[in-house]
Structure formats: C-alpha cells, structure tokens
Design a binder for this molecule. Structure first.
Ligand code: ADP
Ligand code: MG
Length: 330
C-alpha cells in the first residue's frame, strides 16, 4: 500500500522569544498507525501538537494532515482530525450529553447523527449512567473519557491526543488504553504525546523521543530498547542444585553470565533470539531441567535514561492521583 501518510511534520520550528520550544522536528505517521511523541515536561510535545492541529503558527517548517498543508489548508486539516488537549475542555455546568450536543451544533453536525453517536460513544466509554449529570461531578477519568467522546463525535480519521492519561489512576489509564486500541483497530490514526514510557511502549507503532525541542531518537519500541542496551537470556532452573553445572554450561557459550545466588536464575548477555535458541539447545542436550527460559529486553525507562541522561519525571510516572492537570500553554 502506498497511501499518503496521515500526518507529516516537516522541519517544524517554534520559538517563544528565547525559548526554542520546537527546534526542527520531522516525522511521518503512516495511515492507520500510532505515533507516540515521548518526552519529559517542557520537551515541546504540546507545541508540536498545537502546530499540527493549526492552533499555533510555526516559526518555521510546515506539516501535513490527511495530505493537507497546515499553513495553506487549515480548514481542511481541522475537518480531518480530532484533538483531545492536555487541559479538559468540557463545560463543567453542562451534563455529559449536553456537552456533546453543544459541540455537535458548533460543528454543524446533523442532530440525528449527534444523538446516535452520543449513545454509542457513551456506551463505549462507560458514561451512559452519568450522561445526565453535570460534568463537574465527574471524576478525572470520566472527564478524560468525555473529552475523548467529544473529539470523536465527528468520527475523525486522525486523532491527536495530548497526554491522554496524565493524572489518571492506573485503572482509568488501562481503560483508556483499551478504548484507544479499539479505535486503532477500526483504522483511526493516532498521534499521542506522553511522558509515560510504558504508555508509548503499549500503544505506539513508532516512537519519536523529544527533548528540548529536538528529536533525540526514533524507532519502534523494540528498536529503541535495542539501542539502550543488550537483551539477556534468563534461565530459571527446576532445581537449585544444578546452579553450578548450569553456569559452567552457559559460560562455554556466553562470555557474560550472571548467577543469582539464593535463586534458581541465571542471566547471560545475548545479542538476540539466536543466542536464546542456542542456549536452549545446550540445556536440551544437557539433561538439566528448566522451569523457564526467555529473552529479557531493557525497559523504555532504561532507554530514556540512556538517551537523555535523566529519568522521565517521577511525579508524573506514579499515576496514583486522579486529577485534571492544568494545561501549561495558554
Ligand atoms: N505560549 C508560550 N509562551 C512561552 N513559552 C512557551 C509557550 N508554550 C510553551 N512554551 C515553552 O516551550 C517549551 C515547550 O513547552 P511544551 O510544548 O508545553 O512542552 P511539553 O508539552 O512537552 O511539556 C517549554 O519551555 C515551555 O515553557
Ligand atoms: Mg504538554
């Protein structure tokens, strides 16, 4: 398939006075895929999304959404995409249902479509029971889901999500992940920003890591992890008594073997699947019984540390408080 990319950033630049919020960022998002823009607070993620969704004019460069140029064809761009921003946009004193009705009329959508879509979206997002309550009574997770329902009212083929799960408790977060997965399965293209390495790993086909307005790495989650360090083969023995024999055996095939004393586990540096199958074959013919043998890769947390020299924001990573964080951009 040679379909046009859903989203393209072409050398995008945005300066605020001395601040180079975005400093020459390019990427391509093929139709039907998920791009994760991963970076810590202040990396430039929101600014990138605001430029691509025509809310902010670039200092330099351009972009395309659904094939339309963000500078020359902003109306067509807006018609092709939905946006769920970092700050909740729902109207507090309206009910959930009224919020959708309002957006529907702002967009000039047919009333029958809005009614039908509202039922379907509320059902999907588990908001049916709360549909006639004022949004100010909603929890953080419910507001995010209402926000998402609002962005999906016009069924846009391309959806931008700016930190969709920041501030949500783990359960609301995984609920939202499941909903996003469904959208992707139905063919929606997603561009999502996140500070959560785990989130990008879970949802994204491709990850672009940004820091200080620049792309510092890009690739599939697996490629990024490979970059951060080698994989290892982890062997769990059935009997702890075999530990020394097993270590000797593995050392004859791998230069770096780590034995976890007091456990039944051994770890060897591995270049990839080839090493794992070789070690499996060695144990097969040795008669030493194994409970488990597998390949362990570095986490995206390791990746981030490796690339930036610092860990992603710790307070954002615990996700235990449910609150709506304030947007930082006016
Ligand atoms: N409207 C603005 N005026 C001045 N500085 C801004 C504005 N918006 C963002 N910035 C600055 O640009 C940088 C990137 O911000 P932002 O895109 O919000 O990052 P992120 O979304 O990754 O946290 C930060 O240093 C931020 O303070
Ligand atoms: Mg942001």
């Amino acid at each position: 398939m040679t379909a046009a990319p859903a989203v393209e950033a072409v050398e995008l630049v945005k300066h605020f006075g001395q601040t180079r919020a975005v400093d020459g960022v390019s990427f391509v998002v093929p139709t039907g895929t998920v791009l994760g823009l991963l970076g810590p607070n202040g990396a430039g993620k929101t600014t990138l999304v605001r430029m691509l969704t025509t809310l902010s004019v670039p200092t330099g460069g351009t972009g395309r959404v659904a094939g339309y140029d963000i500078l020359r064809e902003p109306t067509q761009v807006r018609r092709s995409m939905g946006l769920t921003g970092q700050a909740a946009t729902v109207d507090e004193i309206l009910t959930g249902r009224e919020n959708l009705k309002l957006i529907g009329s702002l967009y000039g959508l047919p009333k029958s479509h809005v009614r039908e879509a509202t039922e379907r979206l509320f059902d999907r997002f588990d908001l049916t029971e709360a549909a006639d309550r004022m949004a100010k009574t909603y929890s953080g997770g419910m507001r995010r889901r209402l926000d998402l329902a609002v962005s999906l009212l016009a069924a846009p083929p391309i959806l931008f999500l700016d930190e969709p799960t920041t501030g949500l408790d783990p359960q609301s977060r995984s609920g939202l992940w499941a909903v996003l997965r469904e959208l992707v399965d139905e063919g929606t293209t997603l561009v999502l920003t996140t500070q959560y390495l785990e989130e990008a790993d879970h949802l994204a086909d491709e990850i672009v890591v940004v820091d200080h307005g620049k792309v510092i790495a890009a690739g599939t989650p697996t490629q990024l992890k490979d970059q951060a360090g080698q994989a290892s083969v982890v062997v769990t023995l059935t009997n702890a008594a075999d530990l020394d024999d097993a270590a000797r055996l593995m050392r004859s095939h791998s230069p770096e073997v780590h034995v976890e004393r007091g456990s039944r586990r051994l770890t060897a540096r591995a270049a990839g699947l080839g090493d794992m199958t070789r070690i499996a074959a060695v144990f097969e013919s040795s008669g030493i019984e194994l409970d488990d043998l597998g390949l362990a890769r570095p986490s995206l947390d390791d990746v981030f540390l490796h690339l930036t020299g610092h860990r992603a924001e710790a307070e954002a990573a615990d996700g235990t408080t449910e609150q709506t964080p304030e947007g930082v951009t006016p």
